[in-house]
Design a protein around this ligand. Structure first.
Ligand SMILES: Cc1ncc(COP(=O)(O)O)c(C=O)c1O
Length: 381
């Protein structure tokens, strides 16, 4: 395992990505989902090699990325994926939107489960579908799928369900048992499930995560997975995602996607994703280990500094979903904390109704920055 530590703040402030450009320099930015770690060496050298040879043209056929993803899925989750069942898309957002276009017509119903990744709401709007939100069940911070209400809405005409698996922002991984029940319901009511598995590489316990298409035969019949190396390996700017199917019938629909869906992805993205999925396992283990320490640090900081914050350590990744209702920071705690404490977090209202008292904090960074973030929340009280 490679040890992976965040870059120092003065280096991070030189970055040109949105996380570091969006706010003035007195603000500590922990909103958008980018990590503050150096990327894996195999990815760096693959990209350097491209630049050195001025290999900066369009993306064409790229079977090595599919092979790398199949290798990675087998290694991490014992999921065998057939390389002939994969397609490339620009990113997970574009991939999901284009898959939606092949599965439904304007006005048809698409389900989300709030609180959920904010752009998913925009994807549904982009294809002019009718949104159906069946909120997750929340029992003392333990979130799960509300299968009864999901079944009712499936029966009532939902055509596609976008599953966030693992689920951003609440930090939950759905059990394979609940996913298998979900797949049976989808099969019974003729619903397609698009499973966004972008955070899958970052799960803390690999055995807790079952890729949707590996859950059951029903899941294979109803599911399409859209994923990429961009969250797990911090490559969001490079633009390359993968769409995976198991069902011939769904594949036939997806084959109607314009060919531009593939060539609008980037050659740099495909090269980087190949190096990520094929050669960067040790780096990924190092990141997951560092994140594991960070999620514990947050537990300690809350216990010692602000115990009124409710926090359930997430099952994956670097997003902490914090319930600030007891702090009485007004209608929009994220705004109050930005104004008073100069700390940028994502407000819970971004992820759906009824979540305004939550914030999402990005802890893919150093212990110093996380500690400073809690000091800034204290300053805001
Ligand atoms: C669940 C989820 N899906 C998709 C994305 C964005 O992926 P992309 O940049 O590949 O569209 C994110 C980014 O944070 C995410 O959390």
């Amino acid at each position: 395992m490679t040890e992976v530590h965040a870059l120092p703040l003065h280096e991070l402030r030189k970055r040109k990505s949105v996380k570091w450009r969006q706010f003035p320099s007195d603000v500590l930015p922990l909103p958008v989902a980018e990590m503050d770690f150096p990327i894996a060496e195999p990815i760096k050298s693959a990209l350097h090699d491209m630049v050195d040879r001025s290999d900066t043209g369009y993306l064409g056929p790229f079977p090595e990325m599919f092979e790398a993803f199949a290798h990675f899925s087998q290694l991490r989750w014992k999921w065998s994926v057939d390389v002939s069942h994969m397609r490339i898309a620009t990113d997970v957002g574009v991939g999901t939107v284009e898959v939606l276009r092949t599965l439904i017509g304007r006005g048809e119903k698409v389900m989300l489960n709030s609180p959920v990744y904010d752009n998913m709401w925009r994807w549904v709007a982009e294809v002019e579908a009718t949104l159906v939100d069946v909120p997750l069940t929340n029992e003392n911070g333990e979130y799960s799928l509300d299968l009864n209400n999901i079944e009712r809405e499936y029966r009532d005409g939902v055509k596609v369900h976008i599953l966030c698996h693992p689920h951003n922002p609440v930090g939950a991984i759905f059990t394979s048992d609940s996913l298998s029940q979900l797949a049976s319901l989808a099969k019974r009511y003729g619903v397609h499930i698009i499973s966004d598995e972008i955070h899958g590489p970052l799960v803390f316990e690999r055995r807790d995560f079952t890729p949707f298409l590996a859950v059951s035969d029903d899941a294979k019949d109803v599911g399409v997975t859209v994923t990429s190396a961009s969250k797990g390996f911090n490559l969001a700017g490079l633009k390359c995602a993968v769409i995976v199917t198991s069902s011939a019938a769904i594949r036939e629909k997806i084959n109607s996607m314009p060919i531009s869906v593939a060539f609008r992805a980037s050659l740099f993205g495909a090269v980087a994703a190949t190096a990520a999925f094929r050669d960067s396992d040790s780096w990924l283990d190092g990141v997951v280990s560092t994140l594991n320490q960070n999620r514990e640090l947050i537990r300690n900081l809350i216990d010692t500094k602000i115990p009124a914050i409710k926090y359930r350590a997430p099952d994956f990744g670097y997003l902490a979903w914090l319930d600030l209702s007891a702090l009485q920071l007004g209608d929009d705690p994220a705004k109050t904390i930005l104004e008073r404490g100069k700390l940028a977090l994502n407000g819970g209202h971004m992820y759906g109704p009824r979540n305004a008292q939550y914030v999402r904090m990005n802890f893919g960074t150093s212990p110093e920055i996380i500690t400073e973030a809690f000091d800034r929340i204290m300053k805001s009280l």
